[in-house]
Design a protein around this ligand. Structure first.
Ligand code: DOR
Ligand code: ZN
Length: 333
């Protein structure tokens, strides 16, 4: 039994870091053990200009305080002109599209993507990937499934546009991946490990409330099978989304699981238990490098079979697995 695994340049391809004090508290947890992360733009107000991207990137670098961590920036989707996108291109890894109101700070998202088809055409031309929060406004358990037609339309109309189905949660999304060469996906830790029962089957756990909502056992099984098959179109994206405790333990609980501090050790445990240690490197780095064509800073992170207790709180945020023992510890070399 190998008690130490070395991972080269782990990447988190979907991360919420927030702003101000929250950014100062959470960014070091990602910057320490990841070589890079795709930074979500759903701030207040959303990141909708190159100036905002550049400023936010500087804030992240300052708060993260690790020169071997690259924030891969995104813009919040809107009606951008070609000139704006040409100017933005070298500062961003992609543009994140939110349907209006489907999740935290997405009120200025779009109502009908077809009205913005010209923006997708320019992105396709400029090779700027489109990152999508794929949910409709339907019944909460069906929202992702109902979005599959939209993914399909987008992928067919824009065959050279790289489309990332963010945080997929369903068996249907896994199946769709194989039908279009230009579709890719991120998978979170919580959707890989949990079902709706973990959040709401017994006493309600607001710290597991997230969007898309946790799904059925058969959906989780489809995600696990795909990840454990080493599916090269699937990459790890934590969707770590911190909210202060008073916005989680209340009526009107905000959606989001703060998983960045525990992600790598919990993933090590996941692959270890299934006898697939070699897949961790691919899932948390290699697939993303190929899909996006990125070359992250060289940073080796060791995962050691050594248990630690997750803090009850990090700043004002309750992390995933708070107060529990995790059998693996992550450390940068
Ligand atoms: O659970 C979530 N939290 N899902 C999202 O899509 C957004 C995120 C957040 O920003 O809080
Ligand atoms: Zn997200």
């Amino acid at each position: 039994m190998n008690n130490t695994w070395l991972i080269d340049s782990p990447l988190d391809m979907h991360l919420h870091l927030r702003q101000g004090h929250m950014l100062d508290v959470v960014a070091p947890w990602s910057a320490k053990c990841f070589a890079g992360a795709v930074i979500m733009p759903n701030l207040v107000p959303p990141v909708t200009s190159v100036e905002m991207v550049v400023k936010y990137r500087e804030e992240i670098l300052r708060s993260g305080n690790d020169d071997r961590f690259t924030p891969y920036m995104t813009l919040f989707f809107r009606d951008y002109s070609e000139a704006e996108l040409i100017a933005a291109r070298k500062h961003i890894i992609g543009i994140k599209l939110y349907p209006d109101g489907v999740t935290t700070n997405s009120e200025s998202g779009i109502t009908d993507w077809r009205a913005y088809d010209h923006v997708l055409s320019i992105m396709e031309e400029l090779s700027i990937p489109l990152l999508v929060h794929g949910e409709t406004h339907g019944f909460v358990m069906d929202r992702e499934r109902e979005f599959m037609d939209t993914y399909q339309d987008m992928a067919q109309r824009h065959p050279r546009l790289k489309i990332i189905m963010e945080h997929i949660t369903t068996r249907e999304a896994v199946a769709l991946l194989d039908r279009h060469v230009n579709l890719f996906a991120t998978v979170t830790l919580h959707h890989l490990l949990l079902t709706l029962d973990d959040m709401a089957g017994g006493k309600l756990d607001p710290h597991l409330f997230c969007k898309p909502i946790l799904k059925y056992p058969h959906d989780r099984e489809a995600l696990q099978n795909a990840v454990l098959s080493g599916h090269s179109k699937i990459m790890f994206g934590s969707d770590s989304a911190p909210h202060p405790i008073h916005q989680k333990e209340c009526c009107g609980c905000a959606a989001g699981v703060f998983s960045a501090p525990t992600a790598l050790p919990v993933l090590a445990d996941f692959f270890d238990r299934r006898g697939k240690p070699e897949l961790l490197q691919k899932f948390v780095s290699d697939h993303a490098r190929k899909i996006y064509g990125i070359n992250p800073p060289a940073k080796r992170v060791s995962l050691t079979r050594q248990s630690w207790r997750v803090p009850d709180k990090i700043g004002e945020v309750v992390p995933y697995m708070a107060g529990k023992e995790i059998p693996w510890t992550a450390r940068p070399e």
